[in-house]
Design a protein around this ligand. Structure first.
Ligand code: GLC
Length: 402
């Protein structure tokens, strides 16, 4: 008898959480080739679904009604409840029908274990009638999510195990749910895909090889620090007018989640570049399935999250590609590197500090090279996907009752 694992994902786009999910499924597939793997995605078809189909995963799309997927936690703050009342009422009747549909889909799959990848699916699955063990992946902090915290408190006892992406994430969840069983498993990357290749002709094609390319790779979630990055560029443009002519800056990513208020739109970011008078230095690039080609085209990768980052997958991906990465040094991101050895740490939310770090790396190709080399070594030792399969099988088999 082969085991049946059901994954749940609230998103079908390829943000860090989804790229990490793909690694998990890939690693498990290698380790247990006969396992029956399926996923319910509570969103419309997207790149995640396509990638998983090629791994032989059976994909069920059960998209949440639009009114519900648009609601983020902020919709439930008092001033927003009033303006959203109508939307919330429609949402609750839609939700009921939705629930029934989801329950039927899970009954049909009849899994031995469910592994859920995001807040919305954590909540949905634990509120259903499910008899197999449930795992929650903890990929984001909970303590500041006022509504989600209350809702998950109602269902948390149904969780067999939670897996956090860093010690910082684990500590944050334990500060809210002290008895939740949590194990830390750092995200991993495929070091045969994220390689030190340098590729000027790929996704970012700029004819001039002497230009230094600096990019922020992130979803457009407001806390990912786009404003800080843009202010740092404005600082540099003002203080180092000569230096800046040798540089091009990139904002890579998009507004990939469906919650309305929590992310920037591209037009907002473009407006910001115009207000700061730096639009000529900046190019916008969408996420793509071969994200490694983006890192290959960059010289310096910037991570600028203004809130502590739970893990910071792009940091590790870029490090694997031997890039010099500047990291907003807080939360789980601070667990990934050693300052000045394999990456450069800066205080989060501080454009001047970021501008200085960018300037220093632009001025020192030797330092970029040394940091990049050390970074790849760190990833090979600590974040290599090869280790994941055995870890997962041991966790899963400890939970499944045969
Ligand atoms: C979430 C977190 C990010 C992490 C990713 C993968 O998107 O915000 O820090 O890298 O999940 O675990």
């Amino acid at each position: 008898m082969s085991i049946k694992i059901l994954y749940l994902s609230p998103s079908s786009q390829l943000g860090g959480a989804e790229r990490s999910l793909i690694d998990n499924i890939f690693a498990l597939r290698q380790q247990l080739p006969l396992a029956e793997l399926s996923i319910i995605i509570t969103a419309a078809h997207g790149d995640l679904a396509s990638e998983l189909e090629t791994l032989g995963v059976q994909v069920f799309l059960v998209p949440l009604p639009a009114q519900i997927s648009k609601l983020g936690d902020s919709s439930f703050e008092l001033q927003n409840i009033i303006s959203n009342l109508w939307q919330l009422l429609i949402a609750s009747s839609e939700l009921f029908k939705y629930w029934r549909n989801l329950q039927q889909t899970i009954n049909k799959i009849n899994p031995d274990l469910i592994d859920s990848n995001g807040f919305k699916t954590h909540l949905l699955v634990t509120s259903l009638n499910v008899s197999c063990p449930i795992i929650w992946r903890l990929r984001d902090f909970i303590s500041s999510r006022s509504l989600m915290k209350k809702l998950l408190a109602l269902v948390k006892n149904k969780v067999g195990l939670a897996i956090a992406n860093s010690e910082a994430t684990k500590d944050d969840w334990h500060s809210v749910f002290p008895n939740l069983p949590i194990k830390v498993i750092y995200n991993v990357v495929d070091i045969t895909r994220f390689t030190p290749l340098s590729d000027l002709q790929s996704t970012i094609s700029i004819g001039n090889a002497n230009i230094i390319r600096v990019g922020l790779v992130a979803t457009y979630a407001r806390w990912k620090g786009h404003e800080i990055f843009l202010q740092a560029i404005a600082d540099l443009a003002q203080q180092q007018p000569l230096l800046i002519t040798k540089v091009k800056f990139y904002i890579v990513g998009g507004a990939i989640y469906e919650t309305d208020r929590s992310q920037y739109s591209r037009s907002e970011l473009i407006k910001l570049t115009q207000d700061l008078n730096i639009e000529n230095w900046i190019e916008f690039i969408d996420f793509c399935t071969d994200i490694e080609s983006i890192y290959h085209s960059l010289d310096i990768v910037v991570h600028a999250s203004t809130k502590p980052e739970p893990f910071g997958r792009t940091i590790v991906e870029a490090m694997a590609c031997e890039k010099a990465v500047i990291v907003a040094n807080a939360g789980g991101a601070a667990e990934l590197f050693t300052h000045s050895q394999d990456a450069i740490g800066v205080a989060p939310g501080n454009p001047q500090a970021l501008a200085e770090a960018i300037r220093d790396l632009i001025n020192s190709p030797e330092q970029r090279l040394a940091i990049g080399k050390a970074a790849r070594k760190t990833v090979t030792e600590r974040f290599n996907r090869d280790r994941l399969g055995t870890e997962l099988v041991s966790i899963y088999s400890g939970l499944i009752v045969y």
